[in-house]
Design a protein around this ligand. Sequence first.
Ligand code: ADP
Ligand code: MG
Length: 361
Amino acid sequence: MGAISITGLARSFKGTVAVDAVDLEIADGEFCVLLGPSGCGKTTLLRMLAGLLEPTAGAIAIDGVDITDRPSKDRDIAMVFQSYALYPHLSVYRNLEFPLTQAHKHTGVTLDKAQRRARIEEVAAALDIGHLLDRLPKALSGGQRQRVAVGRALVREPKAFLMDEPLSNLDAALRTQTRQELSALHQRLGATFVYVTHDQVEAMTMATKIVVLNKGRIEQVGTPLDVYDRPASTFVATFIGSPAMNLLPARITDIDGVVRLIGADFAADLWDGRVDEFEALIGARPEHMRVLGHGERGDIELAIQVASVEQLGHETIVYGKAADADVCVRGARTGDIRVGDIVRVGLDLAHLHIFDAATGR
Ligand code: ADP
Ligand code: MG
């Protein structure tokens, strides 16, 4: 079991608030990704979970037991460091054995040689690295090294694994492969993972739960599709998804009982029932906008001047400006849009997100 419960957790550094009153429940077996831009407090939060950094306020419990004041080694939580944390002069076997030569955290007992071998073989089988035990780290691929690093944590049977940007040193191809390996590993182990990244693709592909952080605070918690389909704020809307969601300034207003949405060069009747007058930002993902052909209509139509065109082979991405707003449209491959063209772009009310421009929510 490894359910983690965080309440009012905070940490400041000489007046700088790095983590600000975070409340979070992570269920046993979850792959929880802490996602946010550099400096938003991800590492600080993770280090407090690991017991490597003392909170300024708040509490952490695992399976209902408060561990806030426990030293790191008594927490049953393993921090998986990046692959370079392996001992380069020791074989994979010795690397895995090393943690087992320390006395067990609760019983104080050290395993004998045969017991250590049994445990290492069990873990190596689970990680599919049994055939690599005699090798030195330098004779392994990046993905294999990653698995050995996980194995080093796993031999101690922790309740949760913590990882801080473990893929950031890998090239793109290896990152994709290791992402898949980590997902498979999580499924096989059924253990709780808490994983820090600034990369939304890693979060979307691996998480069962995404926690979006901004300036030390939680912006939104949800499944990957929750945060993609129903972003709680313009921050989440533009941080997740690439190219980013379009945000068009508009005014929501009630004219003779009809709620209308009015932008620089568009207007539409709005059906979602919001009646307060306010300045809004209309969010629309690039894949929900389309360049309109002759005679085609959208609930909202914009004229955009094309600034650049990206041909990706399977699709075409068009960037341009509508009035003062930057607009990006992605759609089926097309060859007949040129820089400088004025094209009509349509979007439908069903795919709109409406945010209050004053609060971003
Ligand atoms: P992230 O991992 O999301 O990039 P961090 O948790 O490393 O963010 O940092 C959050 C904030 O706390 C940043 O403003 C950073 O400069 C500050 N910070 C982190 N660690 C320290 C430290 N040891 N001393 C002073 N400031 C720190
Ligand atoms: Mg960090």
